[in-house]
Design a protein around this ligand. Sequence first.
Ligand code: ADP
Length: 502
Amino acid sequence: MVFDWPYMIGLLWSRDFWNATLVVVELSIATWVLAVVLGFFVALAHGSDLWVVRRSAAIYVWFFRSLPLLVLLIFVYNLPQAFPSTSDLLSVPFVAGLIAMVLSETAYIAEIHRGALVAVGKGQYEAGRVLGLSRAGIQRLIVIPQALRIALPSLGNEFVSIVKLTSLVSAISLAEILLVGQRYYTQNFKVIETMVAVAFYYVLIVTVFDTGLKALERRLDFSRRLAELTTEDAEPSGAIARAIGDDTPAASTEPAIRLDRGGKSYGIHSVFENLNFSVKPGEVVSIIGPSGSGKTTLIRSLNGLETLDNGVVYLEERPFLAGSKEKLAKSLRHDRRDALRIGMVFQNFNLFPHRTALENVMMGPLYHGRADLSQLRKEARTLLDQVGMLVHENKYPHQLSGGQQQRIAIARALAMHPSILLFDEPTSALDPETVGEVLRIIAALARSGRTMVIVTHEMKFAMDVSDRVIFMEKGSIVFDGSPAQLRERRKNDVRLEEFVRL
Ligand code: ADP
C-alpha cells in the first residue's frame, strides 16, 4: 500500500482537525493556568507552620501523582453514576477532562513551585523582614517574582506535557485531535496518513506555545537585562558624612538597645547564656572574636531574626523582644514600627536580584508609604549618591561587584531612617580589593554619630571607628571597653593579643 500524500495533505485543511486543535489549545491553557495557580497554593501549604495543612498538601501531591491520569479521567467522567446531581457538569467531556487534568497537574506543578520557593534563599525573606514587610508583602514583592522566574522553564515544559496528555481525553469522547484521527482511520484504514496529520497538529501547538513561553522566559530573566548606564564607578560624593548624619539620635543616657540575660541554644548546643549587652545612643560598638563564638547570633537576636530562648531585648528601655521561655513573650506584641527602627546590613548583602539598585533602595519606604513616589525616588537617589552608586542606579545586583552591592545594601538600610544600624560581618563576603570602599562608608556613618553595632573581623577598622570594642569567646563577653583600653589590656592578655594582632 502506498502512502497517500494527497489525502494526508488534505487532512491539514480539515475543519474537524482545526476544531479539535482549538479544543486541545483551550483545554491545555485552562489546565495549565488553573494548575499553576492552585499548585502555588499547594506549594505554600507544604511550607505552612500548621502540621495539618502541611500534611494535607503532602497527601494531595502523593495521591494525585500516584494515580494514572486515565484512571482519574474515567473516574471523574463516570462520577454522575454515583452522584446524579453532578451529571449536568461532569457529563460534558470537556469539563470532566479539565477537572481530572487540573487535579493531576496541580500535584506536579506544586512540586515545581515548591522547588522554586526553596531556591529563593532565606536571606531574601530576612531582607524583607528587616524592611518591615509583612509575610504577604514578602511573598508578593520578593518571593513570588523570583520563584516564578525560577519555575518558568519547568512550567513551560509542563505545558508541553499537558498538550500531549490531552490525547487521553479521547477516552471520554472529547473530540480532540486523536479522537478525530481515530474516527477518520476507522472509516478508510489510512492509519499512517491520519497519524502523520495528528502528529502535525500536536507539533504545531507545542512549537507555537514553546516559542511564546521562551520569549516570556527571556523577558522575565533579569539576569539578561542590560543596564542603561555603564559609566565608571564613582567615589561616594563628599556629602556622605553630612547627609548620612540626618538620623543621629538625640542625646540620651538610657541605652538605645539592651539585651538582658540573653540565652540561646541550638538543640543541645548552647551559644550563650545569661548574656548582657547594651549600646548607648550614638555609640559605635564592634563585636570581634573567633568564629563560632556567637557574635552573629547575638546581633541577629537584637532584631528578632533569631529567637532567643531566654532574656529580653529592650529598645530605648521598652521591652521589644522576649525569649520564647520568658513569660513576657506571650504578652509582647511584635510591633513592626519598632522593628523598623533597627536597620541591618547582611554579610551576603541579600539585595533583591529582580530589582534594580534604585528599586532595592526604594522598596522599604515605598511599601510603608513613607512619601509619594517622586519624593521617595529623590531620597533614594540621594542615598545612592552618598554611597557612590548613583551612576549604577538602574543596574541589577548581578551586574555589580560585591563591594558595590554592599554599598547599595547600606543605602537600602538607611532609606528606612533607622535609629540603630546592625552590620553582620559586612565585608566578609567581599574580594579584598572591594573591602576598603565598604569600610570607608561604614566609617563615615560611624563618624556621623549613628548608633551602630558591627560584627567584624577587620581589627584595624574596629579599633579606628569604634567607641567600644567587645571581644566574644565561646558565648561570653571577655572584654568590653574602648579601643585604648583594648590596646592596654592586650599587653597582658596573650589570647587577646593573639587575636587582635594588628
Ligand atoms: P560567630 O558569628 O561568632 O562566628 P555564630 O553566632 O554564627 O558565631 O554561631 C555560634 C554557634 O552557633 C556556632 O557554634 C554555630 O555553629 C552555631 N549556630 C549558629 N547558627 C546555627 C543554626 N542555625 N543551627 C545550628 N547551630 C547554629
